[in-house]
Design a protein. Structure first.
Length: 310
């Protein structure tokens, strides 16, 4: 039970805290004077996590959101998974390895520096990383990463480890390092796969997605010949539209072929393209919508904690 005092008539109300969704502003109505006012219950689960993982003992899980196919919700997933884990109390570093640099736009942040400056040693990690939200930090991407590809290309050997060398020392500071990758396949993608240990592949349930998945898994296995620490962990169906038959067929096929990896799908939701214009995550833009529900479910799956946000 928690006690809430009406700001108008000062009447105290005892409320079962399980009835209030955590970390979300809702409007309460005073039963005595009918005044409506916003309340927010801050979930303290992060304190539990702090206790489990005292500073210094942390080793971040590194998860890359990758597939060569474009427009399948890689960035949407990297940003909202990171934001959801941060809301759940985990310390998260989101790394944008894409020259499009959309992660900072989606979080409504103007960054002057980011991954490029860290990789060229122009800036320290403290200078290159910006705090985007409580528990969420961003290493921004952008056009300048094109120069990094040339820098990697010019290295005589060890070019594929450039990103790993920069990110590994940061692992003790975070619970999760989530990496957004660009579409296609280039030296930076290879670098990401030589760093991350877990791969999350978003697959659009719209069209031609299976072919893209199979091709990407082939490329991944060519990396695994040299680095067996990297493995496929999650396949996330996106753009699910139950009104249309075709996506259901694709989902069934995916379950048949890759059952153990398949996460609950992210439903098609028009809020996703709108939220970035406000610099908001889906949890901020539409906390009660299906988009938030679906990404909360993904957070539970990835963190292996079914009690989160309940
Ligand atoms: N579940 C969804 N429902 C509706 N629209 C979505 C959904 N998920 C993402 N979108 C929208 O689809 C578009 C592409 O998403 P996003 O940019 O995340 O894909 P991407 O795979 O990162 O693309 P790219 O390959 O160009 O990096 C965006 O406008 C995004 O807002
Ligand atoms: Mg993207």
């Amino acid at each position: 039970m928690i006690t809430i005092t009406c700001p108008k008539c000062k009447k105290k109300h005892n409320i079962d805290k399980n009835r209030i969704p955590p970390n979300k502003k809702i409007i309460a109505r005073c039963k005595a004077c009918s005044h409506r006012f916003p309340i927010q219950f801050i979930d303290k689960s992060h304190e539990k996590i702090e206790k489990l993982m005292p500073e210094g003992n942390r080793v971040a899980r590194s998860i890359s959101v990758s597939i060569s196919k474009g427009g399948v919700a890689k960035t949407t997933t990297a940003v909202n998974l990171s934001a959801g884990l941060a809301l759940a109390g985990y310390k998260v570093l989101l790394v944008d390895s894409d020259t499009q640099g959309q992660d900072s736009y989606m979080l409504g942040i103007n960054t002057k520096a980011g991954l490029t400056e860290l990789l060229t040693n122009e800036l320290s990690s403290e200078e290159a990383i910006v705090e985007a939200r409580e528990n969420l930090w961003l290493l921004a991407g952008g056009k300048s990463l094109a120069g990094i590809k040339r820098l990697i290309d010019r290295k005589d050997f060890g070019g594929e480890m450039t990103l790993a060398e920069a990110l590994t020392p940061l692992e003790t500071q975070y619970d999760y390092i989530i990496i957004d990758t660009s579409p296609g396949w280039d030296l930076l993608t290879v670098n990401v796969l030589f760093y991350a240990k877990e791969i999350l592949i978003p697959v659009s349930l719209e069209v031609m997605s299976l072919q893209g998945l199979v091709e990407f898994l082939k490329s991944l296995s060519s990396i695994q010949k040299y680095r067996n620490q990297v493995s496929l962990k999650y396949i996330l169906p996106t753009f699910q539209d139950k009104r249309i038959k075709h996506p259901t067929e694709i989902l069934n096929k995916l379950k048949q072929l890759y059952g153990e990896y398949i996460c609950n799908p992210i439903r098609y939701n028009a809020n996703f393209p709108q939220a970035p214009a406000f610099g908001q995550t889906i949890f901020e833009f539409s906390p009660g919508g299906t988009g938030s529900q679906d990404y909360r479910e993904l957070v539970r799956k990835v963190s292996n904690d079914n009690s989160l946000f309940r």
